[in-house]
Design a binder for this molecule. Sequence first.
Ligand code: ATP
Length: 634
Amino acid sequence: MTQGRGRGGIGGRFLTEEEKQQQPKVTKELLARVFSYLKPYWKHMLLVMVCIAAASFCSLLPTILTGKIIDEGLIKGDLRALVTYILLSLAVTFGSNLIGVAESYINTWIAQHITYDMRNQMFSHLQKMSQRFFTTNNQGDIITRMTSDIDGVQQVITNTFTSILSNTITLIIAMTAMFRKNWILALIGIVIVPLFTLPTRRAGKTRWKYANESQACNDEINGILNETLSVSGQLLSKLFGKEKYEYDRYEQANGRMIKLNIRERMAGRWFFVILSTFTSIGPMLIYLVGGLLMIRYHHNLTIGDITVLVTLLGRMYMPVNSLLNIQVDWIRSMALFTRIFDYFDIPVEIQNAPDAVTPEHAEGNVVFDHVSFGYEPGRTVLKDISFTLNAGRSIAIVGPSGSGKSTIINLIPRLYDVGEGRVTFDGTDVRKLDLEFLRAQVGVVSQETYLFNGTIRDNLLYARPDATDADMEEALRKANIWDFVQNQPEGLNAMVGNRGLKLSGGEKQRLSIARVLLKDPTVFIFDEATSALDSISEQKIQEAIDPIIRSHTSILIAHRLSTILAADEILVVKDGQIVERGRHQELVNAGGVYQELYETQFSKALAPAGAQGDEPAGDLEQLLWGMQPGDEPG
Ligand code: ATP
């Protein structure tokens, strides 16, 4: 939420232009929804109201007792009454503060519990959001919703709610007390208080306007400074001879700034003139009219009464001013809730079907049956993809960048749902399978290996919390990274750093292979990294992946010839379609896209021999396909 600058104080709070334009529509549904969060705590809220009422009453009581102190103690000269009222006054003040403590405890408790509920609800809702949500929404926005927006709710409950209640109660008590003392003077009070608050609001608004303008001007000055006093900015202005232009620009903004600052200060001064004039007019009027009533009309008003009335009047300015500002708080609060509810209302795109099934066993047969898909409406990324991956077999997907390879594998664990056709797992449409079951069957080693900041052990246990050290060692050995772990002084307890930054690219990939091995899924998916690794790292990864491909159901996006050769079938994808399929040799012989892919990459370096594609291709082949010496195409 945009917080207005330079607001607060008795001058009032105001909405920014942006806030005015984006005022939420306060409907019955919105209010009902807001109150549904308060409802579980209604008993606590009732208690808070009682406390607020009691505290407001107790805080006004000493003012009323002042009248007794003056009339019955001082004027009548009754020492006993004087001491009694003084003690009573002190006791009531103390009591009021005690109630205040209790009230703020319960209030904070309620606010914290409501935000606790909301945060949990939001977190769990966001967890259910699809990949699409996270790729299309700004991460900063998501975090803001989770943190500052929900913190704002706490503010609404502890401040806005309490302030409305306590100010209203204080006003009611003060007015009642005034009317009981003297209705004429009370009426004067009612007229005077708004007369005081309205001009101060106006002065506050002017001041706020200047503060906003000067802030904007300040931003502009900072922008100029950043642009022109940076290394490249300086260079640019020197080379283009723009020193004078930049100086003029700065000088103008600087000049505007001082004018605004002077105006803002002076508006502040006028504000205090108005403020002090009005605050002294009120009491003087009461003294004058009260004096008239006493002296001229021999009214039974006492000096104590007049003192009480003057003090009560002083106590009314703040609550009236606060209540006049409530509208601003109210609009801000409603905007806040609307923003939060908007997030809650984003439908969960991928979730368990009501009739989702959890099979007893999984074999790992994956079938794509005429699948079409697009991330955005109107833009098809996959067209009529059909293939069968039988349990125990492996498929390599190859194709140019952006052809849709990663998209195909995203559909298997239901990171996205197909547009047309269906993806089945062991004969059941994945949309009909229990999501938890489905995702447990699929182990993905993605291009971007994500390790969280913790130890190697923590990262491994994430896949299988009950894994023993022996299990971990086995997985690490298979992933060809055990030697590395063993060489760490802390072994499994070595920290991987933020996002695994303390590890090399190759180590991260092997560690994430170990993590997937520990998960022990039915189907392995490898999205081979295109990023260049040195040949030793490549080889180590290759040695880890090859046996998995040969012994497990797997599907891999391959960039290296050796991985392609290890697969039982190769699918060639181009522009979202499978254009060829078969084994390496067949595809090379077929003379289509695959051969082109293969040949263009080899033939550049090799003259006629390489064009056949059957021979070991030399250095460039290794570079492009990541092929290791000795990996014979075949
Ligand atoms: P690479 O080999 O470079 O990883 P790829 O063959 O795996 O490429 P995909 O990542 O499947 O290609 O992308 C296929 C198409 O879909 C591309 O045009 C890409 O721009 C688009 N695309 C991928 N992810 C998204 C997304 N989250 N939202 C919108 N479009 C996307």
